[in-house]
Design a protein around this ligand. Structure first.
Ligand SMILES: [Fe+2]
Length: 448
């Protein structure tokens, strides 16, 4: 059943060539050097092929609507002989997996989480400060229990194994699929609460995708004129890429095979949940190639063959060093975001949704339901060398009560960064770490 973003939210930003910062010599030189490296005709061929393929992808999403997002049971997603299911998951790059945590367990955890917040209200902070929706809490009992739940670990191992890594032996790869449990936050969104801060975007990276050599190598097939050969699930180069080349709040230090959340409350489309563009391969190729082309002056932007190489400007549409990669109908028109950015299906407590690290997604700007909408951010992350470094340090922080390294600053930039002084170990009702399973503690970094 088609599900259209009928009214494009007016609060979501747009990006046009008028936003180009003429003083940004770095971006201008970077773009020119990439064009010189791969060649104008090769990039042009890649662009035309990608836009042509994208027309088929967007037409399919427009026709299928919400049915473009696979919905699977926990058993289907973790079954060892599920090649058909795995290829559906990989093609869409996003999927709902139901019943990962039993419904009543997740619902009970939501109750306990609210009690934990109330009992520690003197010290708990969050954002926005006046009506907190995203809390600066990373290791509350609810988060620790859900993050280390044995079904989460089994599922995450299975999700990590959708990726390949040609630099590893089969034994090393098996070890790499072992999940590390990246500590992230949760949100409780009140009914009616507007939220315009997370329009269409792609996590992490921004300009680093082109500027960091190892990161750019991830997209080598696209830039080399063979977007059809691009494998979004190859972490050979991605695992050593530096998404934080330009330090910023939204960048994560950890490679997430899939970003994800676990629902704590029921949430229907329109009730403040997640929106995704359910395609990964072609949409990524388009995003990577887009900065190298300018629209025809006659206004007929639909025909990719009319676009020309843009070697004169440093404009990377929707790309800012300090932010996620941002997208809009104006900057990325062939994505037809008004039709292809879809709300995920209705979720129940304990259901999960997962989306590829490069997936275009957004948070619904309005919450039209009658109850709070709450989710725990729980991604799937493999045991790559740099992920292991992060989680090793996290275990020490966790024991000491310090926030995870990616969340040690509450606010600010440069010399005005505000360090978090919150100590979750000292909070009332904190869960003793020896109450967690050995497998869960390993995932949190103990002894790795
Ligand atoms: Fe995001």
């Amino acid at each position: 059943m088609p599900s259209r973003t009928s009214t494009w939210p007016t609060g979501w930003p747009s990006f046009t060539p008028a936003d180009n910062d003429l003083s940004d010599i770095f971006s201008k030189d970077l773009k020119a050097s990439i064009i010189a490296e791969y060649g104008e005709s090769v990039l042009y061929d890649a662009w035309v092929k990608t836009c042509t393929a994208l027309a088929g992808v967007t037409a399919r999403i427009q026709t299928l609507g919400i049915a473009s997002i696979p919905i699977l049971s926990y058993e289907e997603a973790t079954s060892p002989n599920n090649e058909d299911v795995r290829s559906r998951m990989k093609a869409a790059g996003c999927f709902v997996i139901r019943g990962v945590i039993p419904t009543e367990v997740a619902a009970q955890e939501f109750e306990e989480l609210q009690v934990f917040i109330a009992e520690n209200k003197e010290t708990v902070t969050g954002w926005p400060a006046k009506s907190v929706a995203i809390y600066h809490l990373y290791s509350s009992p609810t988060q620790l229990k859900l993050r280390t739940h044995p079904r989460q670990l089994t599922l995450q191992r299975s999700l990590n194994s959708l990726w390949r890594d040609t630099s590893c032996s089969p034994q090393e790869l098996e070890a790499e699929y072992e999940p590390i449990l990246y500590p992230d936050g949760f949100r409780i969104r009140a009914p009616g609460q507007e939220f315009l801060a997370l329009g269409p975007h792609i996590d992490a990276g921004s300009l680093s995708r082109w500027a960091d050599d190892e990161y750019r190598r991830t997209y080598e097939a696209i830039l080399s004129g063979k977007p059809e050969d691009y494998d979004p699930y190859d972490m050979t180069h991605r695992k050593s890429a530096n998404p934080g080349m330009f330090p910023s709040g939204p960048s994560s230090s950890v490679l997430r095979a899939f970003q994800g959340w676990t629902a704590l409350t029921p949430c229907k489309p329109g009730e403040g949940g997640l929106m995704v563009v359910p395609d990964i391969k072609t949409a990524t190729a388009y995003m990577i190639l887009r900065p190298f082309f300018k629209a025809p002056e006659d206004g007929d932007w639909r025909d990719p063959e009319k676009w020309e190489i843009d070697g004169e400007t440093g404009w990377f549409p929707g790309t800012y060093r300090w932010d996620s990669q941002l997208l809009s109908p104006a900057s990325h028109p062939h994505l037809f975001l008004e039709d292809t950015l879809l709300s995920v299906p209705e979720m129940q407590p304990g259901d999960t949704v997962w989306w590829h690290a490069d997936m275009c997604h957004a948070v619904e700007p309005t919450h039209n339901g009658r109850l709070p909408a709450s989710v725990c951010y729980i991604p799937a992350s493999p045991s790559t060398p740099s992920n292991l470094n992060y989680i090793r340090k996290h275990w020490k922080d966790l024991v000491a009560g310090n926030p995870p390294d990616d969340y040690k600053y509450l606010d600010g930039t440069g010399s005005e960064l505000v360090l978090s002084k919150q100590n979750e170990r000292k909070m009332k009702g904190a869960l003793p770490l020896d109450a967690l399973s050995a497998e869960g503690r390993r995932g949190l970094g103990e002894g790795v």
